[in-house]
Design a protein around this ligand. Structure first.
Ligand code: SAH
Length: 352
C-alpha cells in the first residue's frame, strides 16, 4: 500500500471491508507509516475545558444552547492560568484551551491568558474555541497562540446543514474558516465524527481526501455518541441507521478512518481521542496509538468543572484528577514501548 496510490475507490473499499486480513493489513500499514514519518514519540497535550457556555445549536452536542439542564461555568483567568501551569509542571509540551462557542470569552481575555502562559512556560498553545471572527484569530495569533482546532465534522454539505441549524448561509462555513486559520499562520486541526446518523461511506472517503487537500496539520477522529438531550439523541432514526450505506459509529470504523488518514497524510499529528476511549474504555486509546495516532490529550480540567463539559454521555475520565489523567497516559505510552514526546510536538520543525 503506497500512500500516493490510494485512489478514492481504494479508500472507499477499505472503509467498507470487513475481511479480517484486509483490516489487519490496513492497521499494520498505518502503524508503519506512523513510525517512519513521525516516529515513536507520543506528544502530550494538556486539555483545559475553559467554558461550557455555548450559543450554537449543534444537533449532536450535549452543551448546545438548547439544553437547559446544563449547569454552565466559565473558568476565571486565574483558574485557567493555574491549570496551565500544572500542565507545564507535569511535562506537557502543549496546552489546549477548549470551550463551547462562548461570546463571554472575549478576545482580550484570551490574549491576556496567552501572554501569561507564554511568559511563564515553554509550552505551545492550541485554541479550540469554535467559530470566531478573523479579528479574534489574528489577535490570538499575534499574542502567541500556535495552533487552532476546529473539526469540520463532515464534508457532506446537506448533512452538515442538518446538524448545524441556524448557522451562516455559506455552504460550509467551517471549511472556509480552516483556510482562514491556515493563512493566519496557525498550525490547523480539523476532523470529523464517525457514524453521524445519515453519514455515508463515500462522504467519509471525501472527508479523508479533504484532510490532505486542506493540508491540515492535525486531524481528530472520534465516534458519534448519542446524547439524550440533543436533537440527534432524541430522534430515533431507524430508517437512516439501517440504510446500508450508513457508517457505523464503532471503534473499528473509527480506527479504519484513523489508519487511512495516517496513510494519506503521513506526517500530521493525530490524537487517540477521548471519544474512542469512551466506547472502548479498556483499550480504545491504545488501539488508536497502534493504528496511526501519535498524540494524547490528558484532560486537566478541574474535576468540579470537568463533569459539566458533557458533550456526550459517560465521557471517559470525567471523574479522574488531572495528575491521574496524566499518569495514566504516560503509563499507556510506556506499556506499548513508545516514548512520551519532548518539546512542543508541532508538525513543523520546532527548533526547541
Ligand atoms: N466549540 C468547539 C469545541 C467543540 S467540542 C468547536 O465547536 O470546535 C470538540 C468536538 O467534540 C466537536 O468538534 C465534535 O466533533 C465532538 N463532539 C461533540 N459532540 C459529540 C458527540 N455527541 N459525540 C461525539 N463527538 C462529539
Amino acid at each position: 500500500m503506497i500512500p500516493g496510490l490510494l485512489t478514492p475507490d481504494t479508500i472507499l473499499n477499505l472503509l467498507k471491508t470487513e475481511a479480517p486480513s484486509e483490516v489487519e493489513n490496513l492497521f499494520k500499514t498505518a502503524d508503519r507509516v506512523r513510525q517512519n514519518h513521525v516516529g515513536d514519540e507520543v506528544h502530550l497535550r494538556g486539555l483545559i475545558e475553559i467554558s461550557n457556555h455555548c450559543v450554537r445549536q449543534c444537533a449532536y452536542c450535549g452543551i448546545n444552547v438548547l439544553n437547559k439542564g446544563v449547569t454552565r461555568y466559565r473558568m476565571t483567568e486565574d483558574e485557567i492560568l493555574t491549570t496551565a501551569m500544572l500542565a507545564s509542571k507535569l511535562g506537557c509540551g502543549t496546552v489546549v484551551l477548549q470551550s463551547g462557542e462562548d461570546p463571554g470569552i472575549t478576545r482580550e481575555m484570551i490574549c491576556t491568558i496567552i501572554r501569561q502562559i507564554k511568559d511563564r512556560s515553554q509550552m505551545a498553545i492550541t485554541l479550540s474555541l469554535g467559530e470566531r471572527t478573523e479579528a479574534d484569530f489574528s489577535a490570538w495569533k499575534q499574542a502567541g497562540a500556535d495552533r487552532y482546532l476546529l473539526r469540520f465534522e463532515t464534508s457532506d454539505p446537506d448533512l452538515y446543514h442538518s446538524i448545524h441549524p441556524c448557522q451562516s448561509a455559506s455552504p460550509h462555513h467551517r471549511l472556509e474558516l480552516l483556510k482562514t486559520l491556515k493563512s493566519t499562520g496557525y498550525e490547523t486541526g480539523g476532523g470529523i465524527m464517525v457514524g453521524i446518523p445519515g453519514q455515508t461511506f463515500s462522504s467519509i472517503a471525501k472527508d479523508i481526501t479533504l484532510f490532505r487537500e486542506l493540508n491540515l496539520d492535525m486531524v481528530g477522529i472520534g465516534p458519534f455518541i448519542a446524547h439524550p438531550e440533543t436533537a440527534l439523541g432524541k430522534t430515533a432514526q431507524p430508517h437512516i441507521c439501517h440504510h446500508r450505506d450508513q457508517v457505523p459509529a464503532t471503534e473499528t470504523m473509527c480506527l479504519k478512518v484513523l489508519a487511512l488518514t495516517r496513510i494519506i497524510c503521513p506526517d500530521i499529528n493525530i490524537p487517540g481521542t477521548t471519544a474512542i476511549e469512551t466506547i472502548n474504555p479498556e483499550s480504545g486509546r491504545r488501539n488508536a496509538l497502534q493504528c496511526g495516532a501519535n498524540v494524547l490529550m490528558p484532560n486537566l480540567t478541574p474535576v468540579k468543572y470537568k463533569r459539566l463539559y458533557e458533550i456526550y454521555p459517560s465521557k471517559a475520565g470525567s471523574l479522574t484528577s488531572p495528575q491521574e489523567a496524566f499518569d495514566r497516559m504516560k503509563n499507556l505510552i510506556r506499556s506499548i514501548n513508545r516514548i512520551p514526546g519532548r518539546g512542543k510536538g508541532g508538525r513543523k520543525k520546532d527548533f526547541d
